[in-house]
Design a protein around this ligand. Sequence first.
Ligand SMILES: Cc1cc2nc3c(=O)[nH]c(=O)nc-3n(C[C@H](O)[C@H](O)[C@H](O)COP(=O)(O)OP(=O)(O)OC[C@H]3O[C@@H](n4cnc5c(N)ncnc54)[C@H](O)[C@@H]3O)c2cc1C
Length: 322
Amino acid sequence: MAVLVFTENWDGKFKKLSFELVSYASKLAEMADTQTVALSIGEVEEDELKQLADYGAEKIVSVSRENLRQLDNQAYTSVIEQVANKEGADMIVLAHNNVGKALAPRLSVRLNAALGSEVNQLPSGLEPFTIHKKVFSGKAFAHVRMKSEKKILTLAQNSFGVYENLQDPDIENFDPDIGDDQIKTKVNNVEKHRDKLLLTDAELVVSGGRGMKSPENWDKLQELANELSAALACSRPVSDEGWRPHEEHTGQTGKIIAPDLYVAVGISGAIQHIAGVSRAKYIVAINNDKDAPIFELADYGIVGDALKVLPELTEAIRKARS
Ligand SMILES: Cc1cc2nc3c(=O)[nH]c(=O)nc-3n(C[C@H](O)[C@H](O)[C@H](O)COP(=O)(O)OP(=O)(O)OC[C@H]3O[C@@H](n4cnc5c(N)ncnc54)[C@H](O)[C@@H]3O)c2cc1C
């Protein structure tokens, strides 16, 4: 028995979500009185791998084959399946993001395992195995019983938290049985975002909604973000209209984030948006409608025209800092 956790890295550095996944898997393993095994695919240095042990990984399986350095859903599914079988894992934890959502159902079929998607806390019990998840954009909760011997869980990002649990890890390099012909995706060229903060890892986020009026006004938000060294985000209509890329939209159908500070500018505060940002420690809202629902959630609010408030706020922060 073991809990296997699939971690993700970005250029050889683990994403913050990996530490949250390992924290979750390790608490799950504690409940089940079993071991936590972390799987890393890609070229990750040993010192970086060891970081997984700070959050509870007792064993780390590293797959660093050249032809597996880019995500290929079928090939990665096969690697996870092989490691799960080798380690005797009967619970597998992945992130509820684009990667996890693509891999988990495939694994579920291969391993004949029930799939519990978007869980946001530990199971309320192991026998029967009952998971807890939000439904209807967080308006209700569901308790779902999983009856199969093997179980796969995808964890909602930023829903559990990161907990230290220092271990002395056993690191194993594993060479999976996968031929080149099984890898269907070939990446010819990679263009990296430079100087761009990963939204899900950012501690400060400045976000704009339809109240920003047009994409030309975004430089005002960008200036505030630069001053705070914050990542940029937006509401869904903004990305639907093509004002900003979809990778920036937060909410039920977008990124789920938990920064220390979320500045919502010209965002109404619809429940589908709040579903992605409600775990922020502090929310500051700027809106010209004093009755906008975002003010019910905000810790601080400014009622006013965003296009006038933003430059003044940026200047005030600049002065305060100097
Ligand atoms: C199934 C489903 C899933 C969805 N998923 C998401 C999701 O993941 N994320 C998401 O964001 N939405 C999502 N939505 C859409 C959501 O319901 C809202 O329509 C959306 O969040 C509204 O975006 P908004 O606040 O930017 O725009 P609006 O609702 O148009 O609000 C604009 C706000 O800006 C204010 N404003 C206007 N002018 C100014 C100004 N000059 N200065 C300051 N304030 C100003 C207005 O008072 C208003 O409060 C989803 C909807 C559905 C049905």
